[in-house]
Write a protein that binds this ligand. Sequence first.
Ligand code: ADE
Length: 255
Amino acid sequence: MKISILTLFPEMFVGPFDHSIIKRAKEKGLVEIELINIRDFATDKHQMVDDSPYGGGVGMVMKVDVVHRAILHAKSSVILERSDNAAIESHKEDPISRSRSFQDDNKKTKVVLMTASGKPFKQAVAKEFAALDHLILICGHYEGIDDRIKHFIDEEVSIGDFVLTGGELATMVITDAVTRLLPGAITDGATEDESFSLGDDHPLLEYPHYTKPQVYEGFAVPEILLSGNHPKVAMWRHEQALEKTKRVRPDLTKK
Ligand code: ADE
């Protein structure tokens, strides 16, 4: 799949995707992560990406036309990769008409705006995103983006009930959570038995894990894990997961 990140600060992304599982997923061709600088789509000579709010008030608002052009560019880059015909060439200089011409081609694409006022990002949403061909993530900044952007996006997503300075860290979190779910990114089966993997109807945190040494500073590994009795181990793990969920996230068990 392809993940396009629209940002005013592409330099913030140096590092987070260059290690461990995400790095390997990129090398294996499971995911392509593209950074698009929103400023490249400003058309005036000062390359303005924001302006003062209508109606007054503090802060600056990101301009809808600039962000919209960046979205259309992101959409059309996948279309161009998929096909090489001359019709596409003729649209190259005009992202708006180019995107309109090929909208039907674009079914498994989603445009998602990062904002503290969006719907909560959960494991179920990560799974939904991992099934797409193209995920386009937009990082908001300043006081947000002109509200008319809602006509050009599919959804708004928040990574938690707190306010970040911008959407960049949120897109890093989402890119990580989605990439590790792509088939082949991590050991087969590893994502089936972890926190939240059973979905919203059966929320369960993960059971505890142990490895050597068997005793550390007087703290021993639970006996049951040394017994070799797999059904009993499975039962114990389930009980532990239930107990931890009740203790740490009582809100999840009150359904
Ligand atoms: N931008 C600012 N705060 C955010 C949040 N909590 N989630 C996603 N994007 C944000």
